[in-house]
Write a protein that binds this ligand. Structure first.
Ligand SMILES: Nc1ncnc2c1ncn2[C@@H]1O[C@H](COP(=O)(O)OP(=O)(O)OP(=O)(O)O)[C@@H](O)[C@H]1O
Length: 270
């Protein structure tokens, strides 16, 4: 059961053109067909969690949307625009609207926290260094950290604090799409719940569309409005994240409940 304090029950319902639309997306590496016709709609202002076993292609899916991997075939649209055939300038403009929280935080140890938080804004000369210090303090406060943390090195922070800083960096440029790759990996369950709560708050405050990958089902239920399951290169189920474990889809429920027996196990045994 999701924590009512963090459950995004008041997120807008799906309507109109999807924020992200994938149709027939295929990607192979050598003989390995990782994505085999991915169809997925992610509605504007909603939070979508993508589930799937290790190596099922969740990261590849996200990298295709981000433009880091070029699919072999298929269509990917953001706000109805074909992102696979954009000019470089259009692609960069789209990148400016996207935030990303990487699996291991991916903070730069050589830079103090405040520079990490405002890295993108500084790199694009959208802000002066003096402004960046104030901006970092403002964004750090949104993730529950004191402004003085800005002067520390990431190496001086605990794992939970690093995740908060990584979240601050993901939201600093006020993106309208944010990707979260395993946001609670490596955290204790309470800190995981705290980070999930911050993610929900930050995404809601920005009115952003969120796309997350997680293996943590409690986290998936807390941060997701919707969930999709990737299996054998295709999206085999989409539905409310709150129904994970009792969705009525045998594969999804087996996965969400971590059961050894079920359709996924039987296929792996073949
Ligand atoms: N650049 C690449 N070159 C070759 N193979 C790749 C590349 N990127 C991903 N793959 C392969 O694609 C498959 C899917 O990888 P991906 O990282 O998307 O899995 P995942 O579902 O995110 O897994 P996990 O949950 O373990 O992180 C794997 O077999 C992986 O080895």
């Amino acid at each position: 059961m999701a924590d009512p304090a963090t459950r995004p029950a008041d997120r807008p319902a799906a309507s109109g053109v999807p924020k992200i639309r994938m149709r027939g997306v295929r990607k192979a590496f050598g003989a390995k067909q990782v994505l085999d016709g991915v169809d997925l709609d992610i509605a504007a202002g909603r939070s979508m969690v993508i589930l799937g076993g290790s190596g099922s292609g969740k990261s590849v899916t996200i990298k295709c949307i981000l433009g880091l991997i070029q699919p072999d075939a298929g269509l990917i649209e953001v706000d109805g625009k074909d992102v696979l055939h954009m000019s470089r300038a259009e692609r960069e403009a789209l990148g400016d609207r996207i935030g990303m929280l990487f699996q291991n935080g991916a903070l730069f140890d050589s830079l103090p926290v405040w520079e990490n938080v405002c890295f993108k804004l500084l790199a694009q000369n959208r802000i002066t260094r003096a402004q960046a210090r104030d901006k970092a303090a403002e964004v750090l406060a949104q993730v529950g950290l004191d402004g003085s943390v800005g002067d520390l090195s990431p190496a001086e922070l605990s794992g939970g604090m690093q995740k908060r800083v990584a979240l601050a960096r993901a939201i600093a440029a006020r993106p309208d799409i944010i990707f979260f790759d395993e946001p609670t990996t490596g955290l204790d369950p309470i800190m995981g719940a705290v980070i999930d709560g911050l993610i929900v708050d930050c995404v809601k405050r920005l009115g952003a569309t969120a796309v997350s990958i997680t293996h943590d089902m409690a986290s998936a239920r807390r941060i997701g409005d919707d969930a999709a399951m990737l299996y054998r290169g295709k999206i085999v189920w989409t539905g409310p994240a709150g129904t994970l474990g009792h969705s009525g889809n045998a594969m999804v429920d087996q996965f969400a409940n971590g059961e050894r027996e079920g359709p996924i196990h039987m296929e792996l045994r073949r």
